[in-house]
Design a protein around this ligand. Structure first.
Ligand code: NAP
Length: 258
């Protein structure tokens, strides 16, 4: 199994690293193509078996799977230069570029295609990968799930839900970080050192996520466990409500759904 990654930026570079750490694809079977040699050299220094090139055509020539990780406006020009075959699988991670647009840009519009929306936690193998499919077999779908499950958790969705998934999981990671940043500011004002405050807040966010993911409970159930009647947590929660916390989160998510 050979994989070509076009674009070694934040996402393409992280996917290259995730795949190299993973066990499914031999590192020697991964080729990364980018115009920027610094990015390629960085990857090569960490994973010497990885193949790198500046030539996209060369990268995809004998690849079974092509992961397209360039900016959305470069998808069409990059695809137009490639002679992708029907037996190959195209995986686009470009936000907002539809299957219809991808099909118009390739020589074989009926070729198997996936759209994957990961988030930046892919570098820690903790991404949420929202995946939509077009003209793929069950085997191809389970192959792609196995590949992306090595880098986090994956969910198959209809294409029209990818915008919402982008808002919730890709933009959403920035909103969670914004909460961490704000809570750290509070900690510093209360006299806690910034690095200690960061550990306290980040670990509590991680712990909250683990509570609901591992036990399959609802956030309300877990909140109920810490809100003693008349206690300090319910006071804080009600302050958040008065300040419009839930409303602000809902508005942020909705405005990011495009
Ligand atoms: N960042 C996120 O959270 C996120 C989440 C989900 C999806 N995405 C999608 O992921 C894609 C990549 O985003 P990113 O943040 O990784 O962007 P990025 O850091 O700019 O990476 C893109 C890379 O592609 C290179 N490139 C440009 N033209 C190329 C060409 N013709 N052939 C080969 N490589 C070329 C760029 O090099 P130069 O820098 O030299 O131009 C850059 O290294 C986007 O389409 C975005 O919508 C991003």
């Amino acid at each position: 199994m050979k994989i070509a990654i076009i674009g070694a930026g934040n996402m393409g570079g992280s996917i290259a690293q995730g795949l190299s750490i993973g066990k499914l694809i031999p590192t020697s079977g991964i080729t990364v193509s980018d115009l920027d040699n610094n990015k390629l050299e960085f990857l090569k220094s960490k994973y010497p078996e990885l193949k790198t090139t500046n030539d996209n055509e060369k990268a995809v020539a004998d690849a079974d799977i092509i992961i397209l990780a360039v900016k959305p406006w470069l998808v069409k020009p990059v695809l137009k230069e490639l002679d992708l075959k029907r037996k190959q699988i195209l995986v686009s991670i470009a936000a907002g570029i539809t299957f219809e647009q991808l099909a118009h840009a390739v020589i074989e519009p009926e070729m198997p295609m996936f759209r994957v929306i990961p988030n930046t936690a892919i570098s820690e193998l903790e991404s949420l990968n929202a995946i939509a499919t077009r003209h793929v077999t069950e085997e191809q779908e389970s192959l792609l799930l196995s590949i992306f499950n090595e880098m986090g958790t994956s969910i198959i969705l209809p294409e029209e839900k990818l915008g919402a998934a982008t808002a919730l999981a890709s933009c959403g990671i920035a909103y969670v970080l914004k909460y961490i940043q704000a809570a750290m500011q509070a900690g510093v004002e209360m006299g806690v050192r910034p690095d200690d405050a960061m550990k306290m807040v980040a670990q509590s966010v991680k712990g909250a996520a683990e509570l609901i993911l591992r036990n399959d409970t609802h956030p309300s159930v877990e909140i109920d466990k810490v809100t003693t009647p008349g206690g300090i947590t319910i006071k804080g929660i009600n302050e958040l409500e008065h300040a419009g916390f839930a409303s602000a989160v809902i508005r942020a998510m909705k405005v990011s759904n495009q």
